[in-house]
Design a protein around this ligand. Structure first.
Ligand SMILES: Nc1ncnc2c1ncn2[C@@H]1O[C@H](COP(=O)(O)OP(=O)(O)OP(=O)(O)O)[C@@H](O)[C@H]1O
Ligand SMILES: [Mg+2]
Length: 248
């Protein structure tokens, strides 16, 4: 059952790093990821619920989301020539990035492997089970960790179904996340995503446009335009000029 499946993410030592620096870095990233997950949960942003953080072993314990990465989902859509499916996932990514940025965080490593789409059969089975447990009065959910994604059900709330509440895309891998509301860092997030789309997917330009449109809906025109302006500068540092700015 979904609620009982746990992912242990352990950061192993890297031999090529100086041992002291290695410990500092792993601790920094493990703690950073735990904090970012907690902040997202507070803001109702769909992330795997954080269960425990062990800084001795540099391990985070979080809920396993049964589903597929956005990369996998997009590749499946591409094979079926399901353009609307691809654009739908991109809009979800844009919305999620907007919500992340709005909450004062930047991700630091946005790729399509760092978004997970829960499978409806597991997602709804999970919410239904939570509801049953709560109705029976025995249910303790994993509590504070609940996010909008991991819906902690109120006994009077009808269970969501795929029709009423499509299971939301979750963002993962927040080890490089930081607190920032700077246009520069937001633009770098978008740029890293664009590079990942270009490297992995066909039609990356329309995909990026769909992301930016959805991002705009969350962040509004003023901030989005500031981020895009900065984005052109970031791009100018990274690659040739004259390329189209997404969403424009
Ligand atoms: N909570 C989760 N539920 C389901 N799958 C997960 C979860 N966390 C990680 N995964 C899967 O494991 C893969 C790797 O996880 P993650 O992206 O967090 O690690 P990483 O890329 O190795 O991290 P880092 O870049 O910090 O070393 C993800 O792309 C995803 O497929
Ligand atoms: Mg990753």
């Amino acid at each position: 059952m979904w609620g009982k499946e746990i992912v242990a993410k352990e950061r192993f030592p890297k031999r090529y790093r100086h041992p002291e620096l290695d410990v500092t870095l792993r601790k920094h990233r493990t703690r950073g990821e735990a904090r970012a997950l907690a902040k997202c949960m507070e803001a109702g942003i769909p992330v795997p619920a954080l269960l425990h953080c062990d800084l001795n072993t540099m391990t985070l314990y979080m809920r396993h989301i049964r589903g597929h990465t956005a990369k996998h989902v997009i590749s499946g859509c591409e094979e079926r020539e399901d353009t609307e499916g691809v654009m739908g996932i991109c809009r979800e990514m844009g919305t999620l990035i907007g919500r992340l940025h709005k909450s004062g965080l930047v991700h630091g490593d946005l790729t399509t492997s760092n978004f997970v789409k829960p499978s409806p059969e597991h997602y709804y089975a999970h919410t239904e089970t939570e509801r049953e447990r709560e109705t029976e009065g025995e249910g303790e959910t994993e509590g504070e960790g609940e996010t909008e994604g991991d819906v902690a059900m109120d006994a009077d709330t009808p269970s969501p179904t795929a029709d009423t509440h499509p299971c939301p895309l979750h963002v993962i891998d927040l080890g490089l996340a930081s607190v920032s509301s700077q246009a520069e860092e937001r633009a770098v997030d978008m740029y890293v995503l664009e590079r990942a789309l270009i490297a992995t997917h066909k039609d990356s330009e329309s995909m990026m446009d769909a992301c930016v449109c959805a991002y705009r809906q969350v962040m509004g025109d003023k901030i989005t335009d500031e981020v895009l302006k900065r984005y052109e500068k970031v791009r100018g540092r990274g690659r040739k000029k004259g390329e189209k700015v997404p969403g424009q």
